[in-house]
Every structure is written in structure tokens, then in C-alpha cells.
Design a protein around this ligand. Structure first.
Ligand SMILES: O=C(O)CCC(=O)C(=O)O
Ligand SMILES: [Fe+2]
Length: 228
């Protein structure tokens, strides 16, 4: 990472272990997960599909750096830090610095809404939990993957300051099949499930990741280690 700020000015807000950071959005999301009968795997259904002792997965931790740009060259109608997208995996854990807003989500009215970094003014900002595309697949669209983007600050600094964040993109095992979870609510839900549609073969998590990487970066073969 390189930037105009000296590294000594960059303090992550806590040295506490992850367990001390409260994931305010996680509790409602996880409570909303469909009930799966014990005969079908019950509460282990999701964790079994993320058990790394059983095989590889696309999970990755990224340290993200968005450099400031010169105010003279900043064009608010063109410049964006990360364009609109949804995350490819099952969930994403996002760690942001309190002084660095910029994340926005697309609401159901098709308008962008800012996501407060520290809504409850806690000493340690919460971890933001994003639903990714695979949770949408698995739940026939009952849980929706959030479309989001990162903009430059709107506080008159134009090109802004450097922005840093950390994202943990949690993916299931490569071989996990993207079929609807065996749950009554999911079966009854009439929404559209991801982009699975009518296919001869059920996609695996690995197929889905490769499709997304090919669409985004034009990769034709497995180049996961080079993702950006
Ligand atoms: O940096 C952020 O706040 C969000 C980054 C993000 O959405 C992504 O990398 O997928
Ligand atoms: Fe994202």
C-alpha cells in the first residue's frame, strides 16, 4: 500500500480480538436464515458447506486501499471508488475506519443510501455483514444480495483522502452445490433465486465464482489466486 498519509497516522481503531467487535447487522441476518429440518442437516447445513477441512473454497481476506485523487482532476459525475456490485460469496464481513464513510447501498426504490460506519457511536465500530450472491441462490432470492458501491466523500474535499478498509469474503467449499436449501420457507418463497434458472446441471460455488470472474475480468480459466 502506498499513499500520501504516513503510516504512523493510520491507526486501526482497536487491537481487541474479533470476538469483541459486535456485528450489529449479523444477528438479524442470521436469525432470518431459513429453518432446516434436522433430518436434512439442520443448523449444520450452512456450516458443513463452509468446513475448510473438507476442501478448498474461494474465501479471501482483502486489505483495500482507495487512493485520494487530486481535487483538480476529480469529476464527481465520473469518479467512483468501487462501482455498483454485489459480492460473489455467501457473506462478506467489512471492517471500516470510523472517519471514512463512502459505502452506499442500493435501496428498493433504486436510490443510493449511505451506510453509517458507526451508527451507535460505539468505541469500536461494528463489523458490517453483507449478504452475498450465494445466499440468494440458496434461498431462492428470499435473502437478497446487497448491491453496493463506494463513493468519494461528499464533504467538499472532492478527491477525498486515502481510504482503507478490510473485507473478508466468505465463500462455501468449491464443490458446494447451489441448490435451494431444504427449508419450507425457501420452498414456498416465490422470488427469483440468483441467476440459476433452469439448468441441466446444478452449479457449484466454484462454477459461480469462475463465471463471475470471467464476466468481471474476462478470465477464461481458473485464475482465482490473481483476483483483485
Ligand atoms: O471498501 C469498502 O467499504 C467496500 C468494498 C467492497 O464492497 C468490495 O470490495 O466488494
Ligand atoms: Fe463489495
Amino acid at each position: 500500500m502506498a499513499g500520501r498519509n504516513s503510516r504512523s497516522q493510520l491507526h486501526w481503531p482497536t487491537k481487541k480480538p474479533l470476538s469483541a467487535v459486535s456485528p450489529i447487522n449479523a444477528t438479524p441476518s442470521l436469525k432470518g436464515l431459513p429453518q432446516i429440518p434436522p433430518s436434512q442437516g439442520g443448523s449444520h447445513w450452512f456450516s458443513d458447506r463452509h468446513n475448510r477441512s473438507k476442501g478448498p473454497s474461494g474465501s479471501v481476506l482483502r486489505l483495500l486501499y482507495y487512493p485520494a485523487i487530486n481535487d483538480n482532476s476529480y469529476n464527481p459525475s465520473l469518479d467512483i471508488r468501487a462501482g455498483a456490485h454485489s459480492d460473489y460469496g455467501s457473506i462478506t464481513l467489512l471492517f471500516q475506519l470510523p472517519s471514512q464513510p463512502g459505502l452506499e447501498i442500493l435501496t428498493s426504490n433504486n436510490t443510493w443510501a449511505p451506510v453509517p460506519v458507526n451508527p451507535l457511536n460505539q468505541t469500536v465500530p461494528p463489523i458490517l455483514v453483507n449478504i452475498g450472491d450465494l445466499l440468494s441462490y440458496w434461498t431462492n432470492g428470499l435473502l437478497k444480495s446487497t448491491v453496493h458501491r463506494v463513493i468519494f466523500p461528499k464533504d467538499g474535499r472532492g478527491g477525498g483522502r486515502d481510504r482503507y478498509s478490510i473485507a473478508y469474503f466468505c465463500h462455501p467449499l468449491d464443490e458446494a452445490r447451489l441448490e435451494a436449501v431444504p427449508s419450507r420457507v425457501v420452498k414456498e418463497y416465490k422470488g427469483k433465486g440468483g441467476e440459476q434458472g433452469e439448468k441441466e446441471r446444478v452449479l457449484t460455488a466454484r462454477d459461480h465464482l469462475n463465471m463471475k470472474l470471467a464476466a468481471t475480468y474476462g478470465l477464461k480459466e481458473d485464475k482465482r489466486d490473481d483476483d483483485c
